[in-house]
Design a protein around this ligand. Structure first.
Ligand code: ASP
Length: 598
């Protein structure tokens, strides 16, 4: 029925629509005997004797139409996706369809108008379509007619509304910041736009509104947010979009705890409002702990299988690989001692794929009878293996998996294996939500390629007070007031308490290898602003597309974006990017034929 909250509008403000009296999801058994007007797309037609049944679809649902003999000619002509308008009478159905909300009624059609014929669509407009990925991207407007996509965009809408409600309720202002800005180094490449009025000069599209939101804090706006498009010209990894949306937020006069509480509150609120779920207080985990236990700064804590370091237990038994390794790391797959040779071989093959890049995998089966069977029985006896099992907390029936090597690399590889097993063993249920905060990130990260430090979050992130003394001597050890919001193994947000002192900011730029002149040229505006009473401030940005996908229980963000780009950053529907005419001096099409209002 009417999905609007009638109580919040004076009734005279609600428009009355002439084209249709109801949507295709509205009519129920109570409406029997009403004269109605419906409009929509022909999903399906079925002929039964002199009658034709048509499923009429719009984004609200499907209503069954019945055409009698008097309309047989026109009904026979109806094809999939034709747009029609019908007037008719609501009647009770003889054979009811319990699967759809309108399944108890149908419409006896009295009048029909074909509003527009459709070509036969290149794929079926059904929940499970027969269209391939590329074809559906090319005809995105048709793919968007399908219910799964309509549900996805409805969820996105709902989330954006609830985000605004929550933030508005605690005094945040939604403020727009410019899209045509100046290059900011935030780890990715900028998209650039030539300026016609300033020949030879370029704007950059924002990777995020970072500096602007900080300036808004200097301006006293105190609590800012924006659901905003960001642009990053990155090498496309699976499920990355060159333009994506963030819930971008900044607050003044806050410390880290204030920011975490505010946005934990927001995510709680979204879970409650959108999914009807209550979530427990988010656990908080130091970055170092996350790496040590999960080999990842975005651990999926829906399941255990945390890392055990078994160097001591494995040394000096003649197994060179372990003896020479910086780290020997073991995880326990519960109740997997029954894995067959074939299953184990598959795991070994998996860790050797380039995706993991490990040299090998050692296993220990903890048999039900208390004995052990390992792939390194040549070097380790039953007592040795028992010591491993004890260290790992493995019990009879479990399978221990071990990898070794350079610590950071092995942690990385183990992380991939752990997630792989989590998937295989069904431990990553998309209907379970396990959010957490990861904090105390390192301030800097060494970049081999450029031979210098990079800001791990961004150059405006403040170092932890107690680590500042290490800035000169051991910069790699300095921790930042930076935090990530992690959900089910995915980073959904990140932020920091910012530097608000010009001198500290200048020091930071110096550490990052900027000369004074470069820093001034790039960020002079920000450092100057910091001289005019910059309040302490901090914030966060949440990846909105990803958040939608997670709330929708989906892996990929693409279905939650109306018009996404494909994996090579192309929009195959409008065929972009594309070449532009060589002689075009300006960024305007010549000859100018656009209507002036476009
Ligand atoms: N601007 C940052 C980002 O896009 C988020 C933040 O620090 O608030 O990741």
């Amino acid at each position: 029925g009417d999905h609007r909250d009638l109580h919040s509008f004076p009734t005279h403000a609600l428009p009355i629509y002439m084209y249709r009296s109801h949507t295709n999801g509205a009519l129920r058994i109570e409406d029997v005997n009403k004269e109605v007007t419906l409009a929509g797309w022909v999903q399906k037609t079925r002929e039964m004797g002199a009658m034709t049944f048509v499923d009429l679809r719009d984004r609200y649902g499907i209503t069954q139409l019945v055409f009698g003999e008097e309309h047989i000619a026109i009904a026979k002509e109806l094809g999939r996706e034709d747009v029609i308008q019908v007037k008719g009478l609501v009647i009770e159905r003889e054979s009811k369809n319990k699967n759809i909300p309108t399944g108890e009624i149908e419409i006896t059609v009295k009048e029909i108008t074909v509003l527009n014929k459709s070509k036969t669509p290149p794929f079926t407009i059904e929940d499970e379509t027969d269209g391939g990925e590329e074809l559906r991207m090319q005809y995105r407007y048709l793919d968007l007619r399908r219910k799964p996509l309509q549900d996805a965009l409805k969820l996105r809408h709902k989330l954006s509304i609830e985000v605004r409600k929550y933030l508005d309720s605690i005094d945040f202002f939604e403020i727009e910041t410019p899209y045509l800005i100046k290059s900011t180094p935030e780890g990715a490449r900028d998209f650039v736009v030539p300026s016609r009025m300033n020949e030879g000069q370029f704007y950059a599209l924002p990777q995020s509104p970072q500096t602007f939101k900080q300036l808004l804090m200097v301006s006293g706006y105190d609590r800012y947010y924006q659901i905003v498009r960001c642009f990053r010209d990155e090498d496309l990894r699976a499920d990355r979009q060159p333009e994506f949306t963030q819930i971008d937020c900044e607050m003044a006069f806050v410390n880290q705890e204030d920011v975490l509480n505010t946005f934990e509150g927001m995510v709680d609120y979204l879970f409650k409002k959108v999914k009807g779920l209550e979530v427990d207080a988010f656990p908080r985990m130091g970055y170092a702990t996350a790496i040590e236990k999960y080999g990842s700064d975005k651990p999926d804590i829906r399941f255990g299988m945390t890392f055990n370091y078994i160097n001591e237990e494995t040394q000096n038994k003649g197994f060179n690989v372990f003896d020479q390794a910086e780290s020997v790391i073991a995880i326990v797959a519960e109740d997997c001692s029954t894995y067959t040779r074939k299953e184990l071989d598959k795991l070994v093959d998996f860790v050797k794929t380039p995706q993991v890049g490990a040299k090998g995998l050692v296993y220990v089966k903890c048999n039900e009878d208390g004995t052990f069977k390992s792939s390194v029985d040549k070097f380790y006896n039953q007592d040795d293996l028992k010591a491993w099992a004890d260290k790992c907390g493995a019990k009879a029936g479990d399978l221990i998996l071990v990898m070794s090597g350079n610590k950071a690399e092995t942690q990385n590889q183990m992380n991939v294996l752990r997630l792989h097993l989590g998937n295989e063993l069904g431990l990553r249920n998309p209907n379970i939500y396990a959010p957490l905060w990861v904090y105390d990130f390192p301030l800097l990260e060494w970049d081999e390629e450029s031979g210098r430090y990079h800001a791990m979050h961004h150059p405006f992130t403040s170092p932890k007070e107690e680590d500042i003394h290490l800035l000169e001597t051991e910069p790699a050890k300095v921790r930042a007031n930076a935090y990530d919001l992690v959900l089910n193994g995915t980073e959904i947000g990140g932020g920091s308490i910012r530097i608000h002192d010009k001198k500290v900011q200048a020091k930071m730029f110096e550490l990052l290898g900027f000369s004074d002149e470069e820093a001034q040229a790039q960020f002079g505006f920000l450092m100057n602003a910091f001289e005019y009473g910059a309040p302490p401030h901090g914030g966060i940005a949440l990846g909105f597309d990803r958040l939608c996908a997670l709330f929708g229980g989906q892996e990929t963000i693409r279905d939650f974006i109306a018009f996404p780009k494909n994996n090579s950053g192309r929009d195959v529907m409008i065929d972009s990017p594309s070449a532009i005419a060589k002689d075009r001096k300006s960024t305007r099409l010549t000859p100018v034929t656009w209507p002036s209002r476009m």
